[in-house]
Structures are given as structure tokens and as C-alpha cells.
Write a protein that binds this ligand. Structure first.
Ligand SMILES: C[S@@+](CC[C@H](N)C(=O)[O-])C[C@H]1O[C@@H](n2cnc3c(N)ncnc32)[C@H](O)[C@@H]1O
Length: 249
């Protein structure tokens, strides 16, 4: 029994192992319309185009647990801090097909949830596979917001900005996107993410530096940090990230 059993097991996903040296160099085969088709796990455009494919590959085949690990940690911290979820307005960055959004709505009981992703097929997947989950879903590059998206986001008065599985390793949200996400959060609001410590990827190093600077300067008050299982690699290794929750000064 898994919290991800609601994701239908539509495809037999077979990863190529061993994987390359980077998390972005993992490939798998799935039979789509009866034809074996090869996918890279960071090729979001192609993955989200196929119903539930990203979710099946990550949450069934690679046993990813980040959405449930993060939501359990958040629930505990919010309870300790007397947070009333009914008062929260959550902006989810790099929302993808909505698997973390599912936990935000169903486990954390946050009523107002807006998603944002750079990839148009992410919005398509979320609306196709999880209709009604997001109050609004913007297709936008967080590092280069158009004035129309900026106006919508600034009007959102978000008191939580969070993201799951959307940091580091290329094709994910870089430091400039974190800075923009942080700017869209109201003072006193919760900033929630996970980050891979001690990783050679330049984006991870830059992100760890950014986080450390935000905390040491007092801009972000760290309320929680702990290592959590993320997922298996296609070669069977175990990947862990630090889940971080902080309050914006
Ligand atoms: C690994 S997926 C995570 C999806 C989802 N959060 C989950 O937990 O399954 C990372 C997402 O970040 C999005 N992304 C990458 N760069 C972005 C940017 N600059 N602005 C907005 N979204 C971005 C990608 O398109 C992708 O959907």
C-alpha cells in the first residue's frame, strides 16, 4: 500500500541501468500505443504529453517519495507552529503534472493553490490527469516573467511559496528562479523546498550558497531542515535531499 497507488499503472516502464554520471542522464523505455518508446527523465515536454507517464516512471518505478516526505514534514512543522492551513495561499513552483499539488490539497488541506511551470505540457498534464486541482496554473519562466504573469502572481498575495523535485541538475529552477519565487512571497510567509547538499552539480552548489546567504543575512528564518529520501536512481542507488522550511523576514 503506497500513497501513490492512486496513480494508474498504465505502462511497463523499463529503465536503462546503469545510469550516466548525472541525475539528468537517465533513460527508460515504455510501450506507448504498442510501440517501445525511449524517454529521458528530464525531457518534461515529451513525458507530460503522455497521460500519467512522468508519474508512473518516477513514483512507481523509481519509488520517488518527495511529495509525501515533504508534506509530512510540513504538516508537523505547521502543527508545531500553530499554522491554520485554511488561511494559506500556496504558490507551487515547477508544479509539473501536480503530484506535490495533490498532497498540498489532500494532506495539508490548503484551499488556495496556484501552480506555475515553464513547460506548457505541464499545465496540460495537470489539467488532464488531475482536473480541478489548481485554482490557476500559469505557464511561465520564473527567471523571466512576462508583465502579465507578474501582475497575476503579485496579486496572488501568497503566504506560502514551495516546490518539490524542481531544483538542480539542469532543466530545473535555477537560483534566479528561487530569488523570484522568494520575492513573490509575503513577509511572514513560508518558503519551502528541498536541496541536495554536497553535490558537485554547479546548480546545486549555487543554490546551497544562495540558501546559506538568505539564512545568514536573516532574510529567511530556518524552521526545519532534515534529510529525506527522494528516490532511487535507475541503477538502484538511493538519493536523499534536505527538506527546508523557513519563514521570510
Ligand atoms: C522534476 S519536475 C517536478 C514536477 C513536480 N513538482 C513533481 O514533484 O513531480 C521539475 C519542473 O520544474 C519545471 N521548471 C524548470 N525550470 C523552470 C523555470 N525556470 N520556471 C518554471 N518552472 C521550471 C520543469 O518544467 C518541471 O516541470
Amino acid at each position: 500500500m503506497s500513497a501513490y497507488d492512486y496513480i494508474p499503472k498504465l505502462y511497463n516502464v523499463r529503465f536503462e541501468a546503469p545510469e550516466g554520471g548525472k541525475q539528468s542522464e537517465e533513460f527508460f523505455l515504455a510501450d506507448i500505443d504498442g510501440k517501445p518508446t525511449r524517454f529521458n527523465i528530464h525531457d518534461y515536454k515529451s513525458l507530460y504529453a503522455v497521460p500519467w507517464l512522468y508519474d508512473i516512471a518516477l513514483y512507481h518505478t523509481l519509488s520517488c517519495e518527495t511529495p509525501t516526505e515533504m508534506s509530512a514534514a510540513i504538516k508537523g512543522v505547521w502543527e508545531q507552529n500553530g499554522v491554520d492551513p485554511s488561511q494559506l495561499r500556496f504558490l507551487e513552483l515547477g508544479a509539473g503534472s501536480g503530484v506535490f499539488g495533490h498532497e498540498i490539497k489532500n494532506t495539508l488541506k490548503v484551499p488556495h493553490l496556484v501552480g506555475l511551470d515553464i513547460e506548457p505540457n505541464a499545465k496540460l498534464a495537470a489539467e488532464r490527469d488531475r482536473p480541478g486541482l489548481y485554482e490557476d496554473y500559469l505557464v511561465a519562466d520564473l527567471t523571466a516573467l512576462e508583465p502579465s504573469s507578474r501582475a497575476v502572481l503579485e496579486g496572488g498575495k501568497f503566504n506560502v511559496v514551495g516546490m518539490a523535485s524542481a531544483t538542480g541538475w539542469g532543466n530545473h529552477i535555477p537560483v534566479a528562479g528561487f530569488e523570484q519565487g522568494f520575492a513573490l512571497l509575503e513577509s511572514g510567509g513560508w518558503f519551502i523546498f528541498h536541496v541536495k547538499p554536497q553535490d558537485p552539480d554547479p546548480e546545486c552548489i549555487a543554490l546551497n550558497d544562495w540558501v546559506n546567504e538568505k539564512i545568514s543575512s536573516g532574510a529567511l528564518l530556518e524552521k526545519y531542515r532534515a534529510s529525506h529520501f527522494h528516490r532511487e536512481s535507475s541503477g538502484g542507488g538511493k538519493i536523499y535531499y534536505d527538506v527546508v522550511l523557513g519563514i521570510k523576514a
